[in-house]
Design a protein around this ligand. Structure first.
Ligand code: KG4
Ligand code: ZN
Length: 335
């Protein structure tokens, strides 16, 4: 089955074609980062408008790259939620319109399911069951994944998502949007020994997260340095490093705990923050010690993309699932 996947939940227009026999045939991404950068974050109205401009040209592009026409498609999958309602609507309307014209099935896919299945597009995909750490701009969740669509929420952030904390700390450091990669790059020049920030909610049982206090701690540290007239380039890098260390440590502690408690031996790490190099290194080291293994998407598929939606949609469409109604779900729990 050849499935066109459409992702428009936030600020990336992603389109891809996945073939259940031949694998990924083509994928294309248009990022709106430049459009939103001057506002320091995503402006929903501008995002929707830009998706309408870019989506159909990207569909033509992937069809061309795959050497196909629209008549070669057997189904269409789109991100139905969670995300920005106007942005989701663009993908939903396009997918349903195309599917109706082509007389092929269409299915709305959960954005976070797309993320958690993204490592399935790699050479060495993880077999079920596994624990998934989903770390994006909107979510921080640990999920026990027993099979396709069989998800149990183990823990999640009670306030900010990990990516959101990265983005907010980037703003404090006057780094451009989106801040995660910028903070990570600055942290490379920082020293671990100078500051030690708290590892929230790690000293008590449970698998929930909280990053809001860590954000405030970072702000206070920056204030103090500024007051002492000591906020030079090295101090900024040291703060970025202390923040990153704290997030990474916290995520590693909770992942280890989730694996132990669930008895799973495989961990999937997905969503934008899974691109973080230090997080990957720390997880790999920790998991080797406990005889477990981590699986990640390639860099390009850590953040939002059409390939993960094409893949997730193809699995579900091939199992006979369909969407009858065109209803975006801006808030939609995964489990
Ligand atoms: O999955 P994603 O593209 O979008 C959502 O579904 O939210 O994740 C975007 C998030 C942003 O908060 C961004 O700052 C963060 O992922 N991010 C990173 C890195 N690359 C992206 N955070 C830390 N280190 C990175 N290298
Ligand atoms: Zn995402």
């Amino acid at each position: 089955m050849r499935v066109l996947g459409i992702e428009t939940s936030c600020d990336e227009t992603g389109v891809a074609i996945y073939d259940t026999d031949a694998g990924l045939l083509a994928d294309a991404l248009y990022s709106q980062i430049a459009l939103h950068a001057e506002f320091g974050g995503v402006v929903p109205e501008l995002a929707s408008r830009d998706h309408t401009r870019k989506l159909l040209p990207l569909v033509d592009q992937v069809l061309g790259e795959a050497g196909l026409t629209k008549h070669d498609l057997d189904g269409i999958a789109y991100t139905a939620g969670p995300g920005l309602v106007g942005a989701l609507m663009v993908g939903a309307c396009t997918a349903h319109g195309m599917a109706r014209a082509l007389h092929i099935p269409v299915l709305g896919v959960h954005h976070m399911e797309g993320h958690l299945l993204a490592p399935m597009l790699e050479e060495n995909p993880p077999p079920f069951p596994f624990v998934a750490l989903l770390v994006s701009g909107g979510h921080t969740q640990l999920v026990d994944v027993r099979g396709l669509g069989d998800y149990r929420l183990l823990g999640e952030s009670v306030d900010d998502a990990a990516g959101e904390a990265f983005d907010k700390v980037a703003k404090m450091l006057e780094l451009p949007y989106p801040g995660g990669p910028q903070v990570a790059a600055l942290a490379e020049q920082g020293r671990s020994e100078r500051f030690r920030f708290p590892r929230p909610m790690t000293d008590r049982p449970g698998l929930d997260f909280s990053f809001s206090g860590l954000k405030t701690h970072t702000l206070t540290a920056l204030h103090k340095l500024r007051e002492q007239d000591a906020l030079d380039a090295q101090a900024r890098a040291d703060v970025a490093r202390a923040f990153e260390d704290a997030v990474v440590d916290t995520l590693v502690i909770k992942c280890r705990r989730a694996l132990k408690e669930s008895g799973r031996q495989r961990l999937v790490v997905a969503g934008g923050v899974s691109a973080n190099r230090r997080l990957r290194e720390a997880l790999d080291t920790a998991l080797v010690k406990m005889g477990a293994q981590a699986f990640y998407p390639r860099g390009r598929f850590c953040t939002d993309n059409g390939a993960m939606i094409a893949y997730a949609g193809a699995q579900r469409l091939a199992a006979g699932q369909r969407s009858q109604t065109l209803q975006p779900r801006p808030r939609w729990p995964l489990a």
